[in-house]
Design a protein around this ligand. Structure first.
Ligand SMILES: Nc1ncnc2c1ncn2[C@@H]1O[C@H](COP(=O)(O)OP(=O)(O)OP(=O)(O)O)[C@@H](O)[C@H]1O
Length: 264
């Protein structure tokens, strides 16, 4: 397959900081219709990997292609608007006095460089539709600072989708949510994964319980290296999970959801 047809392509990638290998020998490709979960313990290198895919970081060694463009050879400021990126860091930067609708609709300004006054009804309508799809339509006029953690997560996902990105990157979207909030988010992400018009998606998580049905591929990572990758149903096994987390873990599947615990 041509590199131009791949959403992400990493060849022998390494990232080094202060004599530490944050990532090493990473070979990974994402195709247009794939939905990937990246799973691994704290400090494994998941966020570092996602930042490379988001064109927010350059590799120390190896080559990274994002949306057909090689990092180092492309203007990342032209590339980034084509990518929807959700993280806790982004949530922390959103002013609490912005309304939900403004948070979502303003994603377009960053891309189009428009003035605040210039947005039209088409943008507002699209933002509202996205809010509804993520179950926050009734909160459109609420101030961001008054939202629950789960509602904030859904707001930034709607914002990331506002620009119709070619790739959606989600860094631990379910972190900090209660059981109901997590289940609701997993269901929304599952709907998104099954939508053929949705962009290629990469979701980072620590927990198999957060794998939304409909996601197709899995990359397991530990200590900056890939433990296993491929089709989710092949790769998500007790053995691979035990290797990744360095414990004897038992994986169960109930319906289309996964659960894991340490073997007694
Ligand atoms: N600038 C840096 N200099 C040195 N070490 C760093 C730097 N940035 C990250 N690290 C280290 O690299 C490792 C991987 O970090 P990363 O944030 O990618 O992990 P992660 O898998 O996302 O972790 P978590 O699940 O805890 O968020 C961590 O041990 C982290 O401390």
């Amino acid at each position: 397959m041509d590199l131009e047809d791949l959403v992400v392509h990493m060849a022998d990638v390494g990232v080094r900081r202060a004599k530490n290998n944050l990532l090493s020998e990473v070979n990974w490709s994402v195709e247009l219709d794939e939905r990937w979960v990246i799973l691994g313990p704290n400090g494994a290198g998941k966020t570092t990997l996602l930042k490379l895919a988001a064109a927010e970081l350059h590799p120390t060694t190896g080559e990274v292609h994002v949306l057909g463009e090689k990092l180092g050879r492309v203007d990342v400021f032209e590339l980034r608007p084509r990518i929807g990126f959700c993280s806790a860091a982004l949530i922390a930067r959103i002013p609490p006095e912005e309304t939900v609708l403004d948070v979502v609709v303003s994603a377009g300004y960053a891309v189009l460089g428009r003035w605040r006054e210039a947005y039209d009804q088409l943008d507002t309508g699209r933002a509202l539709d996205l809010c509804k799809a993520l179950g926050i339509g009734h909160l459109a006029d609420r101030l961001f600072g008054t939202l629950s953690e789960g509602e904030r997560k859904r707001t930034v996902i709607a914002r990331a989708l506002m620009t119709d990105p070619e790739m959606l990157l989600l860094d631990e979207p379910a972190a900090g949510l209660d059981l109901g909030g997590r289940e609701d988010l997993v269901a929304r992400l599952s709907d998104l994964a099954r939508d053929p018009d949705a962009p290629a998606t990469v979701l980072v998580t620590h927990h198999v319980e957060e794998v939304p049905p409909g996601f197709t591929h899995l990359l397991l990572i530990a200590d900056g290296g890939i433990v296993a990758q491929g089709l989710l149903e092949d790769v998500l096994t007790s053995e691979n999970l035990s290797k990744t987390f360095g414990q004897d873990l038992e994986l169960d599947k109930l319906g289309d959801r996964y659960f894991a615990r340490r073997r007694a």
